[in-house]
Ligand binder design. Structure first.
Ligand SMILES: [Zn+2]
Ligand SMILES: [Zn+2]
Length: 153
């Protein structure tokens, strides 16, 4: 079984968002789609402020619209909010090319990504009876090399 939709395209992501907005009877504004595309053309973790700054180069949207759209995208599961350490909430697109996991430093909040084929095969070979999984990520918490170095001094 391979439940992770790796071939999810920007078109199918747009369609999912459209279906969601229509169902909620919300307006399909170009700003909302511009934000969605910006997120999906990027491969990194982001917070609302950096996304806002990045957007300004191409498409002027207000910070309020960014926050509002992030909420909508969370609501329809097109992005996930990471349980990272730090003041700023970090988000990431749900459907990315590579299934990956996160190493999180509990001191400085730095996040490193890794992927592992064996782990992946193990998780994806599991079946869950009536439960249908769509995506997943693992979080490993610990201390990064930089913080470990500081601790010793
Ligand atoms: Zn650290
Ligand atoms: Zn990630």
């Amino acid at each position: 079984m391979n439940f992770v939709k790796e071939e999810t395209t920007i078109e199918s992501v747009r369609e999912m968002f459209t279906a969601f907005l229509e169902q909620k009877k919300m307006r399909k504004t170009p700003e909302r789609y511009a934000i969605l595309e910006k997120i999906y053309f990027n491969d990194s973790h982001f917070d609302a402020e950096t996304l806002f700054e990045d957007m300004q180069k191409e498409y002027r949207v207000s910070l309020a619209t960014i926050y509002n759209t992030i909420d909508l995208l969370l609501d329809c599961s097109l992005i996930v909010k990471h349980p990272f350490v730090g003041k700023k909430a970090k988000y990431e697109k749900t459907f990315s090319k590579l299934v990956h996991h996160h190493l999180i430093c509990t001191i400085c909040g730095t996040v490193k990504e890794f992927s592992d084929k064996k782990m992946r095969n193990l998780i994806e070979s599991k079946s869950f009876a009536t439960f249908e999984p769509s995506h997943y990520s693992l979080y490993l918490y610990g201390v990064c090399a930089k913080c470990k170095g500081k601790k010793k001094n």
